[in-house]
Structure formats: C-alpha cells, structure tokens
Design a protein around this ligand. Structure first.
Ligand code: 9L3
Ligand code: MG
Length: 134
C-alpha cells in the first residue's frame, strides 16, 4: 500500500522555569482528548518554521520568530493512511501570553511529568530527548 507523507511541525514552548506547554486535542479532531506538543501541518509554500510560527499564533496567540526555534529531534510514525514526519522545535522566546484560541485545554508541565499525559503515538518518543535537554 502507498501512504502519503504528511509533514507536521510541533513545538515545545519552554518557560523560564523549564516547564513545557502541552495542549489537549479538542473534541471533533483526530486523536481527540490526547495531549500533544502544539503545531500542525506544513502548508504548500511554507517552510516548517513558517508553519510553526503560524500555528503558534493561531492556536495560542503567541508570536515568535525563526531565530527562536531550535530543532531538537523528530517523530516518524506510520498511521493507517499516511506516514507522519514531525520535527520538534524548542522555543524559549516569544511574545504574548499563551492562551487557548481553539478550544483546547493547555497545561504547563515538567519534562518528567509528560509521561502522565496520554499523547498521540507520534509524540511519545519526543519525551525522552526533552527530559535529557531539560
Ligand atoms: N499530530 C500529532 N502530534 C502533534 C501534532 C501537532 C499533530 N503534536 C498529528 C495529528 C494529526 C496530524 O498530525 O493526525 C495533523 O495535525 P492537526 O493539523 O490535526 O493538528
Ligand atoms: Mg494543530
């Protein structure tokens, strides 16, 4: 079977206290109820950084820039109908107070607490590198 490759970007927003923001996927979306690193699909014509800056603005109302996005690792996960490739960036500098703009719950958690939140299978392997970093 041929699967489409889907490019998605995700971000660990890390605050001054080394806590990470996670968001709960809202009802009606794929994987509803699971906690994820915020982000979304890279649209045609966008760089991954452009897409992440846009998604952070749309979902959380924060503004950041490419120079503030450091790639850490990436997820590679096969779903039934597509293969997801998802770089994870770490961002420690932004402006605006992160708030829920799309009905998602949000939470600041320590890296070691991430395992207490059920995540999509693509996100789970991203936890260990974050624990190591933070
Ligand atoms: N996804 C998984 N983990 C994440 C993100 C941001 C996205 N941290 C998966 C869920 C969907 C696909 O990527 O299958 C596209 O995401 P969205 O556009 O529905 O947020
Ligand atoms: Mg999204």
């Amino acid at each position: 079977m041929t699967r489409r490759l889907l490019l998605v970007v995700a971000c660990a927003l890390v605050d001054a206290d080394n806590r990470i923001l996670i968001a709960q996927r809202p009802e009606g979306k794929a994987l509803a109820g699971l906690w994820e690193f915020p982000g979304g699909k890279v649209d045609a014509g966008e760089t991954p950084e452009d897409a992440l800056i846009r998604e952070l603005r749309e979902e959380l109302g924060v503004e950041t820039k490419t120079a503030c996005l450091a790639p850490l690792t990436f997820a590679s996960h096969t779903y039934d109908d597509f293969h997801l490739l998802m770089p994870l960036y770490v961002c420690r500098r932004w402006t605006g107070f992160p708030r829920s703009l799309e009905g998602q719950a949000i939470k600041w958690v320590r890296a070691k607490q991430l395992r207490d939140y059920p995540m999509p299978p693509a996100d789970e392997p991203l936890i260990a590198p974050l624990i190591e970093l933070l």
